[in-house]
Design a binder for this molecule. Structure first.
Ligand SMILES: NC(=O)c1ccc[n+]([C@@H]2O[C@H](COP(=O)([O-])OP(=O)(O)OC[C@H]3O[C@@H](n4cnc5c(N)ncnc54)[C@H](OP(=O)(O)O)[C@@H]3O)[C@@H](O)[C@H]2O)c1
Length: 333
């Protein structure tokens, strides 16, 4: 009898994306040098866009989503990877162009594998996932651009979200005075626990004033929201400050003027985690494993099962999810 595995499978039916949990034969898996028993995966904003069909993330159906996975190598054609090795994968097209992590088994190219960093369980690696990795890339970009703790406050937008909440933790740990911008007042205490010195309403960041420039407050910013929030932020960045922009949860358009750039020397740095080079991934993950307070990470993590994914995914788009969502695929992980 052939082997099979459970997966979340997306179909396109009558112009709509439909998600079903199904059992598939292993032969259905895409080509790849390594097969992995998935232990944990995650749900991110991008997964929610894919699973609901609200964003054009997936282009061929049927499709298994899931942009992150942590698992154990089951079989490998590459001598560098052995049966039993613990690995993690984020990005590279996983869950977008190539079947992803929301399944009991995945098959993919070995070039996408990273060893699970020392000290991180598969569950905690997924509590970090693409979100934490992206947050770290943003922090590293601010540092590279010369934003230092003594220069003033750094704001994180979408602070109650996955990227935002880990960005707050990482900046606080690196010694910055972090201000969390959030639309969820009920999360204020948690954000302070994560290290924010102040929590501000997200409207005040998106609408700092009517003119092309507003009072210069922020030495730096990590923006996970985009749209009007990013435009508002740019007006309030201090002389030669930097914004690391990674998200679009609040909109994809950017209506601004050149004044922040030509009068204040503001730098706008784009962050992409999907195609980030291997050396940068390794540096970022080593620092995540070293710097993150795991008890605080646990505090913002909700663990769900594969069967719960179709009901939870739409909540991202309603702005109702806070912190990180780990999907436990192996019940023992
Ligand atoms: N560039 C990359 O490589 C990369 C990697 C990962 C994620 N991303 C992007 O980064 C963003 C955050 O991802 P995530 O997984 O952290 O998502 P998430 O957990 O859903 O967090 C997004 C947060 O943005 C805020 N928000 C949501 N809708 C909003 C709206 N309409 N207006 C203003 N604020 C809004 C909310 O925070 P508050 O309630 O606190 O305001 C929400 O918690 C997404 O756009 C995602 O696609 C990009």
């Amino acid at each position: 009898m052939s082997e099979s595995f459970r997966a979340l499978v997306l179909y396109q039916e009558d112009g709509r994306t439909v998600a079903r949990i199904e059992r598939l034969e292993n032969e259905r898996l895409p080509a790849g040098e390594v097969s992995i028993d998935v232990l944990c995966s995650t749900l991110n904003y991008k997964d929610a866009l894919a699973i609901t069909g609200a964003g054009k993330i997936v282009r061929s159906f049927p499709f298994v989503p899931g942009i992150d996975l942590a698992g154990r190598v089951r079989a490998s054609e590459d001598p560098n990877w052995k049966t039993g090795d613990l690995v993690l994968v984020t990005g590279w097209g996983l869950g977008e162009r190539h079947w992803g992590g929301l399944a009991e088994v995945a098959r993919l190219p070995t070039a996408w594998l990273q060893r699970l960093p020392e000290g991180l369980s598969p569950r905690r690696a997924m509590a970090i996932g693409t979100a934490g990795f992206t947050a770290m890339l943003c922090v590293m970009a601010l540092e590279r651009e010369g934003v230092r703790p003594e220069q003033g406050e750094v704001v994180v937008t979408g602070a109650a979200g996955g990227v935002g909440s880990i960005a707050v933790m990482l900046l606080a740990r690196a010694g910055y005075r972090v201000v969390a911008s959030s639309g969820k007042p009920e999360w204020s205490d948690v954000l302070r626990e994560l290290g924010a010195v102040e929590v501000v309403d997200r409207k005040s960041v998106a609408e700092p004033g009517p003119g092309p420039l507003a009072s210069a407050r922020w030495a730096g910013a990590i923006d996970t929201v985009g749209g009007a929030t990013l435009a508002g932020l740019l007006k309030s960045i201090r002389y030669r400050g930097t914004v690391a922009a990674c998200g679009n949860a609040g909109g994809v358009e950017l209506h601004t003027t050149v004044f922040p750039f030509i009068l204040r020397g503001v730098r706008l740095i784009g962050i992409d985690s999907v195609q980030a080079p291997v050396a940068e991934r390794e540096a970022a993950w080593a620092r995540l494993a070293r710097d993150l307070d795991l008890a605080k990470l646990d505090r913002i993590t909700t663990v769900i099962t594969l069967d719960e994914v179709p009901a939870v995914a739409p909540r991202f788009l309603e702005g109702k999810v806070a912190g990180r969502i780990v999907v436990r695929i192996d019940p023992n992980a």
